[in-house]
Ligand binder design. Sequence first.
Ligand code: A2P
Length: 272
Amino acid sequence: MNLIRMNSGASIPQIGLGVFQTKDGEETCNAVKWALEAGYRHIDTAMIYGNEASVGKGMKESGIAREEIFLTTKLWNADIRAQRAKEAFEESLKALGTDYVDLYLLHWPVDHFAEAWAALEDLHMEGKIKTIGVSNFQIHHLEELEKTQRIAPAVNQIESHPYFNNQEVIDYCLAKNIQIEAWSPLGGTGGNVLQDPELARIGAKYGKSPAQVVIRWDIQRGIIVLPKSTHQNRIIQNLDVFDFELSDEDVRAIYDLNRNRRVGPDPDHCDF
Ligand code: A2P
């Protein structure tokens, strides 16, 4: 598994299992266990997904040591607005059944994000969070945070897939040594990115599926990718992307699919 080194000094596996909308209980627990069994060592959840307890259970039942797994969760908007970052963080730890997380993110750039960031900096300095970062931050949010931050975010987790590659934010962050994590990398649940004939055409050349082509594109553009699936065969397939390399021409062809169309909310209008 490729690792990316972050500004905290820690390394993050370049592919992680996403569990947004994966149902609490058996569905999440199985997805986590299948992923760890397949060789994933990186799980990405959030308090608002409502499945932290099942993520923790899956990790325990996998038999894999806690310190071998890179675990991310996120501080929800209501807790940012209510300035209860430290309490919410403890609640997440309890639900996950662990005493630290590898990465803790501000989920969206809502009011009071700078104060919440200061709380995350404190928790990081106390050793309870190995690395801190943000999610869904636009360039202007990062510029605003920069005015008061003591520690720069190590990552920015954003929507990015072939129909919305979000490259401007990616280029800005990578130039500042802020690593990028892509959410909905396959175009999201119910999306139609994977049906694009261009991805099938490219995949056929390498004997790979459209999903594998997209994940490989993310690996080659140097970002962290968080595909989600509740099916064991797809979870296995999505990690099987290290035995081929897309040509420069194919990488460019995938960039050309961009339509600047989000599948998720616009971070400049976070009224949730
Ligand atoms: P499913 O859980 O039914 O497998 P993402 O949010 O990561 O962009 O993923 C979007 C959807 O793509 C997921 O809901 C998932 O549905 C589906 N998916 C994940 N991996 C694959 C794959 N290898 N082939 C086809 N569909 C996939």
